[in-house]
Design a protein around this ligand. Structure first.
Ligand code: UDP
Ligand code: MG
Length: 139
């Protein structure tokens, strides 16, 4: 399935603000099929594992606290060219720089609380999907 799947999660700011439904609508209207989805909450240490690649960055501790501050909605999504197209759909990390109409431009509160995650490669899409959906043979 290389190239056909990506991983996303709606982050705590967007779930607590009640944007889950609006964001799912954008995702489905963009042609993505939801393969797996749940609502859950990360501990700070599990958030740290998910973002381990950023552990030397100055924003890492704040990011772990924020990402464990409330519920998230992780998902595995399927569409042709899934990873690249999804990064376009969500927009730049900093919502001030995100193109109009992107999910982050519409719903992000800040560069940290930026509404949604999107995998940056096919390999990371698999790793991140496995992180949340270990019973992946079902999907
Ligand atoms: N982040 C942050 N401050 C920064 C850069 C990133 O708090 O200066 C957070 C933000 O929530 C971002 C996440 O760390 O989504 C991961 O950063 P990355 O550079 O991988 O951005 P993304 O791939 O999510 O666009
Ligand atoms: Mg990233």
């Amino acid at each position: 399935m290389a190239g056909k799947r990506t991983f996303t999660m709606i982050k705590p700011d967007a779930t607590s603000a009640g944007h889950t439904g609006s964001i799912l609508k954008i995702i489905e209207e963009a042609g993505y099929k939801i393969i797996a989805m749940k609502k859950t909450q990360l501990s700070s240490s599990r958030a740290g594992q998910f973002y381990a690649v950023h552990q030397e960055r100055p924003f890492y501790n704040d990011l772990c606290a924020y990402m464990s501050s409330g519920p998230i909605v992780p998902m595995i999504l399927e569409k042709e060219n899934a990873v690249e197209d999804f990064r376009k759909l969500i927009g730049a990390t900093d919502p001030q720089k995100a193109d109009p109409g992107t999910i982050r431009a519409l719903y992000a509160k800040s560069i940290e609380a930026n509404a949604i995650h999107g995998s940056d490669s096919d390999d990371n899409a698999t790793i991140e999907g496995d992180f949340f959906f270990s019973d992946l043979e079902k999907y």
